[in-house]
Design a protein around this ligand. Structure first.
Ligand SMILES: Cc1ncc(C[n+]2csc(CCOP(=O)(O)OP(=O)(O)O)c2C)c(N)n1
Ligand code: SF4
Length: 288
């Protein structure tokens, strides 16, 4: 039976704003299919986004959705998860949204192991505002704010999330749509902080400046330049240059923030009860 995408979208919000050949739709398709695999009811899912082309995703999906402010999706999502821990909270965000203005929220959510799944659409640029470079724009690539080429090195997003403490991190591309869907499903199933870096294309503002205005060229690059993590491990830095390393970078289940917070609340309540009702709790149990 054909997959029922319409079950998960809001037809009233279409046509979408994305350009022909934009990769965002492929990421959204993978996300929808992964959510479907989880068997969750639609009202158990919350999709939170920031601002950007990719962040328009929240408006198109028929879950509880929140289209927030630029860079703050993870902060809003954290509040939702703490207030309603039973909800499955997913953040959709761009590389500018998540790594520049929202960079601190990202690293601290990973450090806390906040129970969220972040789908980071990495198109290497601030697309919505016309092609300014982002922290994911590779060195040497053109942007409206780097007319002679980006002078800064870019973040390795998956490694950044790993270093900050995420419990599941994977990278795939829109060429590898089935792999992408599988990684998203694994991230959704994980308690704690999970991040999927979805490498995607913006033929319009990034591609035109970087001699790849044709979306097919991007897909060919994603196909030809991607290397599985295991293979990349045996390569030199020079050999890895310009390659997209795909795979699961972190698969480390550990207790998420919500469960730690629940346990701490129980402990605090027990201490307060002893201290204030029975008047017997030693000060050392309460802390400073
Ligand atoms: C506080 C604030 N600063 C700047 C902007 C302008 N702005 C809107 S989207 C955007 C960049 C989006 O880039 P990215 O997150 O990579 O998403 P994309 O459009 O590439 O999908 C910027 C700078 C804004 N809306 N709010
Ligand atoms: S500007 Fe780029 S990212 Fe935005 S919709 Fe068009 S192709 Fe997609």
């Amino acid at each position: 039976m054909a997959f029922d995408y319409e079950k998960y979208i809001r037809p009233s919000t279409f046509p979408h704003i994305w350009c022909p050949g934009c990769g965002n739709g492929i990421v959204v398709k993978a996300l929808i299919r992964a959510i479907d695999k989880m068997g969750w009811k639609k009202d158990e899912v919350v999709v939170v986004s920031g601002i950007g082309c990719s962040s328009r995703t929240s408006g198109y999906l028929d879950f509880n959705t929140l289209h927030t402010t630029h860079g703050r999706a993870i902060a809003f999502a954290t509040g939702i998860k703490i207030a309603k821990p039973k909800l499955h909270v997913i953040v959709v965000t761009g590389d500018g949204d998540a790594l520049a203005i929202g960079g601190n929220h990202l690293i601290h959510a990973a450090r806390r192991n906040m129970d969220l799944t972040v789908i980071l659409f990495n198109n290497s640029i601030y697309a919505m505002t016309g092609g300014q470079y982002s922290p994911a724009t590779p060195e040497g690539k053109m942007a409206s704010t780097a007319p002679y080429g980006q002078v800064e090195p870019n973040f390795d997003i998956a490694r950044l999330a790993e270093g900050a403490g995420a419990s599941f991190v994977a990278r795939s591309t829109v060429y590898h749509a089935v792999q992408l869907e599988g990684y998203i499903a694994r991230a959704l199933a994980r308690d704690g902080f999970s991040l999927i870096e979805a490498v995607t294309q913006c033929p319009t503002v990034y591609g035109r400046r970087n001699r790849t205005p044709n979306p097919v060229t991007f897909l060919e690059q994603f196909k030809n330049d991607s290397i599985p993590l295991a293979k990349a491990a045996g390569m030199t830095d020079e050999e890895r240059e310009g390659k997209i390393i795909t795979g699961i970078f972190v698969d480390h289940p550990r207790i998420g923030f919500i469960e730690r917070y629940r346990k701490m609340s129980e402990k605090a309540l027990a201490i307060r009860k002893r201290r204030y009702i029975k008047g017997s709790a030693p000060k050392s149990e309460v802390g400073n």
